[in-house]
Design a protein around this ligand. Sequence first.
Ligand code: PLP
Length: 559
Amino acid sequence: MKIAIASDHGGVDLKSLLVKALSEKVSVVDYGPADKASCDYPDYAMKVAFDVASGAAEFGVLICRSGIGMSMVANRFQNVRAAICPTVDSAVTTRQHNGANVLCIGADVVSADYAVEIAKAFIATPVDESERHARRRWKLERAGRLSDCSGLMHDDPEVFAAIKAQTEQEDTEINLIASENTSSRACREAAGSVLMNKYAEGYPGKRWYSGCLPVDAAEELARKRACELFGAEHANVQPHCGSAANMAVYFATIKPGDTIMSLSLDQGGHLSHGSPVNFSGKIYNIVPYTVDRKTEVLDYDALERQAMEVKPKILLTGASAYPRTLDFRRIREICDKVGCLMMVDMAHIAGLVAGGAHPSPVPYADFVTTTTHKTLGGPRGGMVLCKEKYAKAVDSAVFPGMQGGPLENIIAAKAVCFREWMSPEKKGYAQQVVKNCQVLCKTVQDRGYRIVSGGTDNHLFLVDVKTTKGITGKEAAAALDAAGIVVNKNTIPYDTESPFKTSGIRVGTASVTTRGMKEAEMIKIGTWIADVLDNIADTSVQARVKAEAKALVAGFPVP
Ligand SMILES: *Cc1c(COP(=O)(O)O)cnc(C)c1O
């Protein structure tokens, strides 16, 4: 066990005594000061708080005349719980109940001998793991979810109100938007960090600005971790979003007017795959392919026939609303036959790929693009993975081709996200997202709702509400929203409704799984969805579900 200790000039004598007494049993790191020359207590409190916050030390001990100033500094750090203890009893209680990990002692408050007793009791007392104390400690840490931006309460109350409203929305609603997730606190810390202050046009080691060593380190971590996580040869982590990642690949490989084959937007493709209102549709010749009318899944033989005829420069797969596994090996075969580039946009499924819950496109594709905020659950942003031979072309397409300075704070948050994915729990998360999705889907299906393609293999499914109930996706989404269940309207293959109304809704489980929900909760939510849609105009059903949904999510807090 390691204990970090420090004081100010008022606590030097007591500190020496405590170091001696505690060193008999544990290893003590003394951060000073060495003498009684006047000094500033925050400087010393921070050293101890750093060690405890980072986990370098299990406990901290801080001494000043009252213990108060020291505790104020230490308690500003996440995961530090500093307690001023004037008695042995208070030391025992704060360990048990609050899980205090920094002991603050007032040198003018207690005698030296008694201080040693207090410190020994503090260290020897285990945390009480019973449910009620665990719950309260957890609420204590969570108070930080709003205090993350508590400075804004004072500096900009209007913007703070928007953030507070989003926090409350997350706290009370069931989010089933398939393209969303809930980021970790660590990601948000990196995204909100001072790295946003730096201009860094170029790449690590080759920047156009001075002073880039810190951001170089962050971007290098992001690139290295991305390659490790996905088994890629090269990663460009600078694209501001998924659409920009796609643009980078087009710019790196083909010329205006060249042909891209991609899944049509109304069948689950994405704007940046060639929609006429998007740059991609304006610059390139887009030939859409479709899913099979009957099975509503890709027919690879038909895709091959079409590709052989069209001879595209790029065959692009990947989708925003495709509930089935993509066969990348088969797609590679087609690309080889055609002699075209294979590009996979895994924006939606990147987390499933990272967690082994969907086959990886990386071994097959020339280019893999993604967002980092969907199933991957990181900051809002994009990324390109490619073979080494395309590294230079992709890098110069991003900068100077289409972007200026990268968002190094967001890149740092991407690095944090990739590291999180290397833990075994996160792999389990990806499997759970799929399990949850299948259970939720089946619950709705068993209530008589037609599911596009008959089910799901991934994190999302599409409900055909038009065929089942004669209502539009727009009406369904609005009714569910009123019931505290957030989904989006979505076109289904061969939809007869306009994209503004649609015949379907898209339902995804990334966010609820991040909150810790499992199969039992999915059955409840699926039942509520069917209850609301069965009674589309009944506001009392919506009110009942809203209350039940709110009670459910209270037990599954957002990180
Ligand atoms: C979400 C998505 C993108 C990109 O989204 P941005 O909003 O630009 O980050 C790209 N491709 C697919 C398939 C997507 O689903």
